[in-house]
Design a binder for this molecule. Structure first.
Ligand code: ADP
Ligand code: MG
Length: 359
């Protein structure tokens, strides 16, 4: 087992990268402590698989180093790194039985047959495949095959880290929940470092003690699920995490005061003394109807289980609220209040960038 450090990691799939966008990973610095349950969360194409493949040694980075504890492993082969990796799509040998598939990583390393047998049976139990051990993998459903892939990732006991790359993509939704909670349980039982890659916030937030959020090849925030929800350090994080995500509203700053349309808004953090444009971030949970507040009109109300999502227009912008079932929506002329402690000023410019990029 080991602490994993990524030191100024950069990767481009191009021979002569020029523009910023030519880099799939840009200056990534992360330290994963030994034994933690980590998630790597970000939209499709942000560089998650690239990062995993660099840790496992399937890909050599263009820049930077990978360290296991204090050892530089950047030049080592996957075999020399003692890692287990579960891929997005099942990797099984169709002609082998389920048992042989599960035993393969152990036999391949010369583990004796008694130990192998014990371990294979434990894992089969875990993935609920004991009754299929003698069946050929060929006849299994996609779900079944992916469970075998998971099992193969978990069967070795001598690995530094177990990495999962969107392992539940092909799994049936009702089984997903079950496997997700099992993986969490497994982590608690074996205490081995696990890195779980996903674009799905629910998977990331339920599995991990600490989540690395990535966007466009960069780490935007590393934090606990609560940090990411309550204290997003970047508008992208607020917007990406939560359902619906944080409202990100262009505003103006003048003499240390923040204005949305013509209305002054109180924020939790200090506004720069100068003037200019910025963004206000406030989650839908922290906007409420009030007697005094910003005038708005209700555009649409949708049910979201025990909550309602209310889409409004406020200061010429779309603003979403999340209200409890019982809260009454005033018939007309609504006024909105923002919870100051949960309203922040941002100057990361992500919104403007994502708009010009068509996102
Ligand atoms: P994710 O796993 O987050 O979806 P990837 O790491 O697969 O993201 O991809 C990151 C970026 O690198 C994307 O722009 C993708 O198109 C590009 N990319 C990934 N693999 C290759 C490859 N083998 N050759 C060229 N470009 C690639
Ligand atoms: Mg991927």
């Amino acid at each position: 087992m080991a602490r994993i450090t990524l030191d100024k990691l950069g990767h481009s799939y191009m021979e002569n990268p020029v523009a910023d966008a030519d880099w799939a990973l840009k200056q990534v610095d992360i330290t994963w402590d030994d034994g933690g349950a980590y998630a790597l969360l970000g939209p499709s194409g942000c560089g998650k698989t690239t990062l995993l493949n660099i840790i496992s040694g399937l890909l050599r980075p263009s820049q930077g180093r990978v360290l296991f504890d204090d050892d530089d492993v950047t030049a080592l082969s996957p075999d020399q790194r003692h890692i287990a990796q579960v891929f997005q799509f099942p990797v099984v040998y169709d002609t082998m039985t389920v048992y042989e598939n599960l035993a393969f990583p152990l036999r391949n390393r010369g583990v004796d047959s008694a130990t192998t047998d014990k371990r294979v049976r434990e894992i089969a139990e875990f993935i609920d495949m004991t009754h299929r051990l003698d069946d050929r993998a060929k006849g299994l459903t996609a779900d079944g095959k992916q469970k075998i892939s998971l099992g193969r990732g978990l069967v070795r006991t001598d690995v530094n880290v177990i990495m999962f790359d969107e392992p539940l993509t092909v799994i049936d939704p009702h089984l997903k929940w079950e496997l997700r909670s099992k993986l969490k349980e497994l982590h608690q039982r074996v205490g081995r470092t696990m890195i779980y890659v996903t674009h799905d916030q629910t998977e990331a937030l339920t599995f991990a003690d600490k989540v690395v959020v990535m966007n466009e090849g960069e780490v935007v925030q590393i934090g606990t699920p609560v940090d990411l929800f309550e204290r997003p350090q970047h508008t992208f994080v607020g917007h990406f995490i939560g359902s619906p995500g944080m409202n990100v509203l262009p505003c103006t700053v003048d003499g240390g005061k923040v204005y949305l349309g013509g209305n002054q808004i109180a924020v939790a953090n200090d506004a720069a003394q100068g003037g200019g444009t910025a963004e206000i971030g406030v989650r839908p949970e922290f906007v409420s109807f009030a007697d005094n507040g910003l005038p708005a009109t209700v555009v649409k109300v949708s049910d979201a289980g025990r909550h309602k999502i209310v889409e409004t227009r406020c200061a010429d912008q779309t603003l979403r609220m999340l209200i409890s079932e019982g809260v009454e929506i005033p018939a007309d002329g609504v006024k909105l209040a923002f919870d100051t402690a949960n309203t922040r000023l941002y100057t990361d410019g992500w919104l403007a960038g994502s708009r010009s990029a068509g996102g």
